[in-house]
Design a protein around this ligand. Structure first.
Ligand code: CP
Ligand code: NVA
Length: 307
């Protein structure tokens, strides 16, 4: 194959980069891979393959789930932080992408600007995965959807409540509502709405309801996230005031459907966006949700690398 006819790699910069059918396929595969691992079977579908992991922000789940996942599949992952790479000393993103993609089979990037991720992808010869930007966190949605499907089956037609900040997670829930055809209620204080263009793109699936108790009525799934995301630490005090009426607590969960599940991407701040009485009790599936990061990312890597 000549350079001009070379196929462009598939990327996951947002959930909209995959079709609904592909997303469902990845989730089903994640459930299968989880069962294979539980049975103790060796499954080295990515033997001798390497994942590059560029982290410009902190992580526990994303890093460990990718590293462990690549080990299970017979491959390897390389952790790269700006502190130790030339990226942190000003080497251009384009050059970094060109170089890394000649050496590894897939690269995940956790960074601030979505435009930096897009620039990385534009200069990469291998698939690029969004491992969180200020705009989106699609990998978390793969895990959340897997968790929902395992507990409750299809999510089509169900009602999900997002409580809190209109942030990267909220934006990915909006995309998921489109791709998986569920209804999304967003309950956020004024001034903390999701981006208008993202909301507009899914207007048939989403609505903003300011009153969080009214918004929770009869919902099947309640989801929240920290009030101050990474990079917003200095806004913590201001945000605690703004979000005071947007805590997921027993009163709010009492409004939801009796079988409603609770999810949180973690890390959680008990006593802020969620009470211990919700996150540590029946109906909360946060630990499975965290574990499913690993299974769903393994399925994604198989899809992106092996096709
Ligand atoms: N949920 C999530 O992405 O966690 P980490 O920041 O620990 O990777
Ligand atoms: N909204 C959070 C998610 C962390 C996984 C953040 O961006 O910090």
């Amino acid at each position: 194959m000549t350079a001009t006819t070379k196929q462009q790699p598939r990327h996951l910069l947002s959930l909209l980069d995959l079709t609904p059918a592909e997303l469902h396929k990845i989730i089903n595969r994640a459930i299968e891979l989880k069962a294979i691992l539980r049975r103790g079977e060796l499954h080295e579908s990515l033997k001798n393959r390497t994942l590059g992991m560029v982290f410009e922000k902190s992580s526990t789940r994303t890093r460990v789930s990718f590293e462990a996942g690549m080990t299970h599949l017979g491959g390897q992952a390389i952790f790269l932080s700006p502190r130790d790479t030339q990226l942190g000393r000003g080497e251009p993103i384009e050059d970094t992408a060109r170089v890394l993609s000649r050496m590894v089979d897939c690269i995940m990037v956790r960074t601030y600007k979505q435009s930096d991720l897009e620039l990385f992808a534009a200069h990469s010869e291998v698939p690029i995965v969004n491992a969180l930007t200020d705009l989106f966190h699609p990998l978390q949605l793969l895990a959340d959807l897997q968790t929902w499907f395992e507990h409750r089956g299809d999510i089509k037609g169900k009602t999900v409540l997002w409580v809190g900040d209109g942030n990267n997670m909220c934006h990915s829930y909006i995309n998921a509502a489109r791709q998986f055809d569920f209804k999304l209620r967003i309950s956020c204080p004024e001034g903390f709405e999701p981006e208008a263009t993202i909301l507009e793109s899914a207007k048939d699936h989403c609505e903003i309801i300011r009153d969080s108790l009214a918004a929770a009525e009869g919902v099947n799934l309640v989801v929240t996230d920290v009030w101050a995301s990474m990079g917003q630490e200095e806004e913590q005090a201001k945000r605690e005031l703004a979000f005071a009426n947007y805590q997921v607590n027993d009163i709010l969960m009492g409004q939801a459907h009796k079988d409603a599940l609770f999810m949180h991407c973690l890390p959680a701040h008990r006593g802020e966006e969620v009470t211990a009485s919700v996150i540590d009790k029946k109906g909360s599936v946060v630990w499975e949700e965290a574990e499913n990061r690993m299974h769903s990312q393994k399925a994604l890597l198989e899809f992106l690398i092996n096709g």
